[in-house]
Write a protein of this length. Sequence first.
Length: 338
Amino acid sequence: MDKNVKKRVIFIFKLVVTVLLLFYLFHTKGVNLKKSVEILARSNYIYFFLSLFLLLFGQFICSYRWKVILKAMDIDISLFRLFQFYLIGMFFSLFLPSIVGGDFVKIFYVKEESGKPISYIIASIYLERATGFFFLILYGIFGALMYKINITSKEIPLLSNFGIREIDIVYIPIFFLLLFVLVNIVVFTSGLYNIAIKMLNRLNLKKFSEKISILHDATRIFRNKPSVLIVPLVISAINIFFVSVENYLIGIGIGIKASFYAYMIIISLMSTVVMLPISINGIGLRENIFVVLFSLIGVDPNSSFSLSLISFLVVVLSALPGGVVYSLLKTKPVPEEI
């Protein structure tokens, strides 16, 4: 299939899924758009601006996290320049999702700036994402341990197929953590890596085996010097905490009264699910997760829907500077492939 045709098919698929998810939300979860707008109209916008400031600061410290990882790979680019690339990547991810992804943009510019092998730059993106995801899950587990939430087969019908009526929500991030650990054991250890590559090749999944091979080879330095990852891990811990605070502040502005621990687990699960590339920018997935999970702690669906709208709007606003940077600075146009 032609690449352009394939991209259009993927975009149409995501668009259909997005529409269906929103249709499901409005027709089954009691969300009333008019009431949600009324809630937003009487909200305290100061908290929204504080949330936006935290998000932008979080992007800046994540740029420093990326710099530390790249430095360990002998790729030395200024923090300010990497922050520019980070902003441009955010802009492309949100406003041009069907053309070029944000990570692709960052890979392209670092390759142009450094001249280093693309495998190392891909590995830097992976490690940056991995350290963030690790703490995203840890915060979710901690929040679920501090604030008990049970999910029934009503929220997840699949549970009834296993004869389960109710389950503690903590088991969901624990499951994600186990998967995360397994994937990274394969990437970072030679024994399981060799077994995984052989299995993938036998299953004719060569694209996956090639990606794992790239990561395995490029992350060799971190296997030999794991202490290099201490600073990125600390920054990730701070950034993910900020993500929870951002949404907590938005909730306060809207008038939602809920425990900060509840935000930790809900934001963790929402952020994890939204990573699934099945809708446009996670629209539909985000709103359903917010409404369903916040309803478990007694939050009105219209309030939690308003929270999801403002949370996404704050992300959109934080991405706009990337468009300005891309337009004004001396940056090469991003190709569709490297």
